[in-house]
Write a protein that binds this ligand. Structure first.
Ligand code: FPP
Length: 243
């Protein structure tokens, strides 16, 4: 499906190319809260509220896969109260959004490990993934307790456990053991709040992704910012190492 009448009717320029897979590093929740004199968790809450708007905008633009970086393996270093708060927010998002996402044909996938996650939350994640498994309009990957290096280590462990001989280990084989198995690689990685780092996100998959950064904090990132990223993407020449 193409852009909505509202998007076409606004000042947004038409997009000639739309990436299949967009991945977003949702950064700046803490700064958004601090600038308003609020606790950090209120920034994360506002960031959570922005997820539905972003998923809807992606569907409108015709994006097929959206990956959201919600909690990294490094985020465990934050104060325990913030970690617990982020876990609680994920539970709330799942409870609030799963049915609506399902009705709209979205498939929820989890990238990362559930091993250290409280069982009640892990069960809710597994249920959301199972419940939406048959949907294909838009895949929403939630990277939670995710790290790109840990993902590659996990994939190598699975290859070894499967007894696959070294001479059969190819890039395709390793990719098929990543959390993103069977999904296209991200074409575009967006980072909010002005940082210029990948922060251990999709290290393997983003090898040839285009990168776009905006100073806008994640809670304020709207469809117009997504459009700006997609527009910039359309103007890039992707050469994949050739001339
Ligand atoms: C970065 O902001 C954001 C995160 C570490 C978490 C992203 C989480 C959300 C958008 C809320 C949704 C959460 C879940 C779990 C679904 P930051 O805290 O690093 O911001 P700062 O750099 O301004 O301090």
């Amino acid at each position: 499906m193409g852009a909505s009448a509202e998007m076409r009717g606004g000042a947004l320029a038409p997009l000639t190319v739309v990436p299949q897979h967009v991945a977003i590093i949702m950064d700046g929740n803490g700064r958004w809260a601090r600038e308003r004199g609020l606790p950090r968790l209120e920034g994360h809450r506002a960031g959570t509220a922005n997820i539905r708007r972003t998923v809807e905008a992606c569907a409108e633009f015709g994006i097929k896969v959206l990956t959201l970086y919600a909690f990294s393996t490094e985020n465990w270093k934050r104060p325990p109260a913030e970690v617990r708060g982020l876990f609680a927010l994920l539970g709330e998002v799942i409870d609030r959004e799963t049915e609506e996402l399902h009705r709209n044909g979205a498939q929820i996938r989890h990238l990362g490990s559930l091993a250290d996650i409280p069982e009640s939350l892990a069960a809710r994640v597994r249920h959301a993934v199972e419940y939406t498994r048959g949907n294909s309009r838009l895949v929403v990957n939630v990277a939670f307790n995710y790290g790109g290096r840990a993902e590659i280590v996990h994939a190598v462990q699975r290859v070894i456990e499967a007894g696959i001989p070294a001479d059969q280990v190819t890039e395709e084989l390793l990719a098929s053991h990543l959390y993103t198995a069977s999904l296209p690689d991200p074409d575009l990685v967006i980072r909010t709040a002005g940082e210029m780092r990948l922060s251990n996100f999709l290290l393997w998959q983003a090898a040839y992704a285009e990168y776009w950064s905006t100073p806008t904090y994640w809670p304020d990132f709207g469809p117009e910012h997504l459009h700006a990223a997609l527009y910039a993407y359309g103007a890039r020449q992707r050469r994949f190492g050739s001339l």
